[in-house]
Design a protein around this ligand. Sequence first.
Ligand code: NAP
Length: 491
Amino acid sequence: MTDSGLQDVPAVSRPHVEPGKLFIDGQWCEAHAKGRRDVIDPSTGKVVTTVAEADAADVDAAVTAGRRAFGPWARMSGRERARVLHRVADIVRRREDELVAVESLDVGKPVSLCRAVDVATTAEIYEYYSGLAQTLQGATRQIPIPSHAYTSREPLGVVGAITPFNFPLILSSAKIAPALAAGNAVVHKPAEDTPLSALLMAEILAEAGVPGGVLNVVTGGAQAGEALLRHPGIDKIAFTGSTEIGRHAAATAGEALKPVTMELGGNAAQIVFEDADLDKAIGSVIKGFVFNTGQFCMGGPRLLVHRSLYDTVLEILAGAVAGVPVGDPFDPATVVGPMAAERHLTKVERYVRLARDQGGRVVTGGERLELGGGYYYRPTIIAGLDDDSRVVQDEIFGPVLTVQPFDTEDEAVELANGTPYGLAAGLQTTDLARAHRVAARLEAGIVWVNDWAMLDPAIPFGGVKQSGYGREYGPEALESYTKVKSVVIAL
Ligand code: NAP
């Protein structure tokens, strides 16, 4: 057992997790004020362990370590950094069972989902940016004065990476891997509800040879996040979370003119046109709203169906959704686990109550599932709400689908674009021309046609409108962790 206490995890049975510490300058340490925070298993509501509660002094120590480590790491060649990042991918694959167990325990994710998506994608992210670490380069430019003119890409310095509760492994890796590939150091603050995999990843990155201080992890609450936003030693904020907190984070970083990436809330529409392949469409619609218990920024909780299919689709969906296995995340057959925290469950209950008050018809679900004290909610479909209902407009972030009919392509596009968000959107059609036409009109950072949640580290994602700006994944993310310098030498 090392000091992080997270590595002795048996293969996908509920693990025993020792209390976690902060990871600063390559060392495990207690918070200087000795604060600790409970970590709850959402499938039982019981405390499983505690983690250190960082405050501004701990964040300062982490940023100081990051600043010290930044220079030597930035001066390493991209190829050397690539080797280290590739080793991270290899170790993630080797320690897959531990990561699956810890992430499932912490977030309530079904182990099957965790293995196939969260842990597999984490390895792929490090592998992908290991490749890109070797490709960063500038350009030579020919200009009319006698000169040798060129650009180079330089790392920014120390990045503050703040992540939400719903995909801890993937969303932290989507920041740390490109930031490190580009030669930056990172101070990472995971969400207070789901901090455990960040500690395990700190251990894995150290094992892979990431030098002390290049990655620092400070667990804690908003106080730690706020200290990171305001610290003068931070050169960029990479934030993923709600639109509300993101607005505050962008404004705070903006006061110091720090660059930011803002990956914020979403409320995507899934459009089923009259020419859709219905079997495929139904599968995609269900995936779009039950995936990760609906706690998916790019989920599709608003179904828009052509009126000619409305009754048929509702009937098929009601039967299929009632049969989706909900239960213990450590049961390999489980598809939908508990919500990650009690407050998310009560938020869903509030919205379903509001839907009923507004005359919405609950087609299936609409209630908690009482199981072992966990935060379970049955996948729920609600029909008959007006488009301006808050249940349709707001981001509920749970396994709830609203269903609305439409008559024309124009109306479908208008409804799909009719919320403040613009993260993802999708459509089901067998008409290729329509697929391109509608995709071009949807206000979203990513559009899926005839399936949902097709994601890969090579495909950039991010928002428009109130869903934020900047992109994660792809070469776009790598470049966002660099600055361009131009050098012009008179000849
Ligand atoms: P959140 O409440 O906004 O929290 C996000 C992160 O910000 C957490 O680490 C949180 O810490 C931290 N934070 C809270 N107050 C802060 C402050 N004053 N200063 C600095 N940091 C602060 O979001 P969440 O509930 O964890 O996650 C759900 C939201 O994230 C949804 O809106 C979802 O759509 C969005 N999301 C977006 C994407 C995307 O790619 N666009 C991906 C996933 C999720 P604590 O946890 O300690 O409060």
